[in-house]
Design a protein around this ligand. Structure first.
Ligand SMILES: [Cu+2]
Length: 153
């Protein structure tokens, strides 16, 4: 992950200035569409831990707002979650009523790719270790796409 994440990994602050909240002014589905999530990026959940939490759940539990069998639970009030693989991820708040009020987030994480095809930072590619790293990155990207296709096609 370090190989791929070092250059251009992004932090996505969930909900922007509203953070992770149950107020009706935040539409997390809409927020998700304005972000491009890639492997190696992070989700930043900021919230008041007296009232909220973050639960990663299955798609089914996301849709039904079921918090009884979370995959992972976060409670610090500022959770930074790395997106380590491509695919769908689902998050809800387990405080009664909050998920149904809209405090739920579904995202699709894409394989990392460079938008411009030119090799990054030519100055840093002078020696063989750099070439080795680039080859590893290429393999990693290919593996990511293979996993992606097995999951979704
Ligand atoms: Cu909540």
């Amino acid at each position: 992950m370090v190989l791929l994440g070092a250059a251009v990994a992004a932090n996505h602050e969930v909900g922007g200035t509203y953070g992770w909240n149950a107020v009706s002014t935040v539409d997390y589905t809409n927020w998700a569409t304005t972000n491009n999530f890639q492997v190696g990026d992070r989700l930043d959940f900021k919230y008041n831990q007296q009232f909220h939490n973050v639960m990663e759940v299955s798609q089914q539990d996301y849709e039904s707002c079921n918090s009884s069998s979370p995959i992972l639970t976060y409670t610090t009030g500022h959770d930074s979650i790395e997106l380590t693989s491509a695919g769908h991820r689902y998050f809800i708040c387990s405080t009664p009523g909050h998920c149904n009020a809209g405090q739920k987030l579904a995202i699709v994480v894409h394989c990392r790719h460079d938008d411009n095809e030119s090799p990054p930072q030519p100055d840093h590619r002078s020696s063989s270790p750099s070439m080795f790293l680039n080859d590893l990155s290429l393999v990693h990207v290919l593996l990511c796409y293979i996993v992606w296709h097995e999951l979704f096609i």
